[in-house]
Structures are given as C-alpha cells and as structure tokens.
Write a protein that binds this ligand. Structure first.
Ligand code: ZN
Ligand code: ZN
Ligand code: ZN
Length: 435
C-alpha cells in the first residue's frame, strides 16, 4: 500500500527534517558509490534544497514553474562561471565525483535499476536519520541522496512506497527514543505489573501478591478461602500495576518516550513519527536511463518523455480536478484503466509506444492519457458518463498495433471522491485480476 501518495504535500515533520538536512555542511570527499558533488544540492534562489517543487498533484502549478529547467541548466554547466556569486572558493578542476546534479540523479536511478528496480532503506542507528539507502553512511552523502530520491520521486522517475515509520524526538529529531511504561501519577518508570486474580466464592479481586502466603499456596485475603485450581475457583482477570516510587496502583500504565539525545520526554500519544519510504523505478525512470538523461526540460516536465502520456502525478492531479468539478457542478467525468501485457519483454517498450500513439489518435483532443504504473495507462474522458465511457473503452480495446502481440485489458473506473482516485484505480485493477 502507498503511504504518502504523490499529490499530497509531504508532512510538516518531513519538511522540518529537510531544512535541517539542507543546513548540513557537505564535506569535500564522499566515500559513496554514488558520486556526489559537494554543495551540489545547493538550492536555486528562493527554493530550499529539499523543496519537493510543485506538489505533484497540481498540474497547473507545475506548468507555471518554468524557471526550474533554466536553473537546472545553469547547474548542469561544469564551468567555473556556474559557481554561485559570493562563493569565495577558487574554481576547482572537475573531479570524477564532480558530476552535474542531473548526472548524479541519473546515477541514483541507474543504481536502483541495477539493484532490481526497488530500493529499500537500511537501518543505520549511528546516522541522525536512523536509516540510509545503499551502503551510504557519510552524513553529507546521505543528505544529498535523500534530496535526490525526493527529487526523482516528485517527478515520477521513482515511486515512493511506505516502508515503515520512525519515531523521532519532537525537539532534536533524534530517533534514539526509549519508549517505556510509567506511573500515571509520578511518571516514574519503577513500576511493576502483576496478575489480577478474581476469587469466585466471595468475588474479591486483587493483585496476585495479596493472595500469597508465607506457607506457600494462595489464600483469599477477604474470605480466607484457599485457591486451588485456576479456572475452577479463581481466574486471572487482567493485570494491575503498582508504582514502587509513589505506591499508586493502576490498571494501565502510561507510555512515555524519553529522548536519549536531549532528554526530552513526551507522552506516548504525542510521539512524532516520520515516514520511511522504499522506492521503485517507474517506466519514466527506465525511459530516462535508456535516454541517458532526465526529462526535465520545460516542455518535458508534464509528460513521459516523447509519449503523449502525462506523468503519473500530473495525470492524477488533473483527474482529481475533474472529479472536483464533477462533485461541485455535476459535470460528467469518466476514467478508464488500460492494462498492457506485452508479448515479449524485448519489444514491450515499442509495443506500448505504438499502442499509446493509436489510443491518442482515437481519442478526442479533450481526452487525456496518463501513466499509472509500468503496465497501466489511464484515460480521462471529460463530459462523458459511464455508458459513454464503456463505448470508448470497447473501441480502445479493439486497437492493436500491426504485428503486435500486446494484450490489452481495461475497465471503467467507478466514480470516486477526488482524494480517492488512486484507491478507485487500484480497486478497478484488482477487479481485473491484477495487483
Ligand atoms: Zn531529543
Ligand atoms: Zn508513581
Ligand atoms: Zn474470597
């Protein structure tokens, strides 16, 4: 399941972490398999290094931020003139690790592809982040890698998926938190739990210690009856706690986290968690690897390479907008999913491109095509009701590039609330026997 869906802005905790990372000084040498240029993730003016850019869900905004490719282009140049003004360091000769930022990001993509297409975090207790990816453990390189992964995921080269959540100190962001049960009265952790017994004959309920006798065996402190058989004359009804510090007894202790780095204490229900993601390479990511570059030029930011196919986050944002219009003004809108199964992995890309071109030619200009995942394409049909969508779907399913062994399957997605569009697509896919 996807935890943080593209289109939702990242959580406040995550951006706070990002700002801190941005302040981390980058050392000159980075022992990492991915070449990292020191200071390479220095933000362009008016944008922080980890700013994920436009929220992927807002296509309009993405389209208006046309200043970005220019900034990327400037940084792509290895010439000393590209050094930011005010940087007093003398120009350095480009070292092998002194790669332009796009090359570095492409390197990250390449490494994910080489590792089987998915990237899972590795716990790294000694790092401030608590985890890293690959074997990178040098803080500056980790910060740069996190920036690159965020960049690649926000632009659909990688897909972010939920991996875990990491508890973090609300004050110093350390993940070294000792979580334990404490006394609800005096907050001491010197508490002890014991079984709570119920004597059937007299109804007395008390901690097991109250039944203990010096001669051995258990005797009810209320009626002096001897407890013989569990389940026959008495039962365990739960647990009770006693504080060794203040003497209070209670049924449920409080949970509290104490930060091992700064000493901050926080009640269990107010501990903050940050999401930890795994990443998987997308069709756009693979396409970038094949082309040897990221498609971040101004005219490329919305679509998948040269295909008339909107990027996943862009398309889902547009679909959400259409669903909002449907909800508010009652304007019909339909969404189709098309699952493509290539006959041969070697010709899969070509078959898909041919099919997408055919679909594009068949649709109206107002209809849009978008990527969902490697084998799934979405079609938005404005001002089209479900019956009309079924007719379009049947027409699309009959299309086949000449000589292609591609199998195409599809369905009309059931109407969804704007923020439920991905779930609706997943449900539609599951009904087609996929996922
Ligand atoms: Zn702390
Ligand atoms: Zn206490
Ligand atoms: Zn009793």
């Amino acid at each position: 399941m996807i935890d943080i869906v593209p289109g939702k802005p990242s959580r406040p905790g995550a951006s706070r972490q990002g700002e801190r990372r941005a302040q981390t000084p980058r050392p000159a040498t980075i022992p990492s398999p991915i070449p990292v240029r020191p200071g390479a993730s220095r933000p362009p003016p008016g944008r922080s290094a980890t700013d994920p850019g436009p929220p992927p869900g807002r296509a309009g905004e993405a389209a208006t931020r046309s200043d970005e490719p220019a900034a990327e282009g400037r940084r792509r140049s290895p010439s000393p003139a590209a050094a930011p003004a005010g940087d007093s360091h003398p120009p350095r000769a480009p070292a092998p690790s002194d790669l332009p930022i796009d090359e570095r990001r492409l390197g990250v993509l390449r490494q994910v592809a080489r590792d089987g297409g998915t990237l899972e975090p590795r716990w790294a207790p000694l790092l401030a982040t608590g985890y890293s990816y690959f074997d990178i453990a040098e803080p500056g390189a980790v910060a740069a890698l996190f920036d690159d992964l965020a960049y690649l995921a926000d632009r659909d080269y990688l897909r972010r998926e939920h991996f875990d959540r990491l508890v973090q100190c609300g004050r110093c962001a350390s993940h070294h938190i000792n979580v334990r049960e404490v006394c609800g009265v005096c907050r001491s952790s010197n508490i002890e739990g014991s079984a709570l017994l119920h004597h059937f004959r007299c109804g007395y309920v008390g901690a097991v210690e109250r039944f203990e006798t010096t001669q051995g065996g258990r005797v009810c402190p209320k009626c002096d009856g001897r407890l013989q058989f569990l389940g026959t004359d008495h039962e365990v009804v739960g647990e009770t706690f006693e504080c060794r510090t203040c003497g209070a007894s209670f049924d449920e202790p409080d949970v509290e986290g104490v930060c091992l780095s700064c000493g901050q204490k926080a009640p269990g229900d107010s501990l903050s968690f940050t999401p930890v993601h795994s990443f998987s390479i997308t069709s756009l990511g693979r396409s970038a690897l094949r082309s040897g570059r990221l498609f971040d030029l101004e005219n490329e930011q919305l679509t998948e390479g040269a295909l008339p196919l909107y990027r996943r986050s862009v398309f889902l944002g547009m679909a959400r907008d259409e669903l909002r219009k449907q909800q508010r003004y009652g304007i019909a809108f339909s969404l189709l999913v098309l699952s493509l199964t290539p006959s041969d992995p070697d010709t899969a890309v070509r078959e898909e491109h041919q099919f997408v071109a055919l679909v594009r030619d068949t649709l109206r200009l107002v209809d849009q095509l978008g990527r969902y995942d490697e084998r799934t394409v979405l079609v938005s049909l404005p001002a089209t009701d479900a019956a009309g969508a079924q007719i379009v779907l049947d027409r699309l399913l009959a299309l086949r590039p000449p000589g292609s062994g591609l199998t195409v399957d599809g369905t009309v997605v059931a109407t969804a609330a704007p923020d439920q569009v991905e779930q609706a697509v997943m449900t539609a896919l599951a009904q087609r026997g996929r996922q």
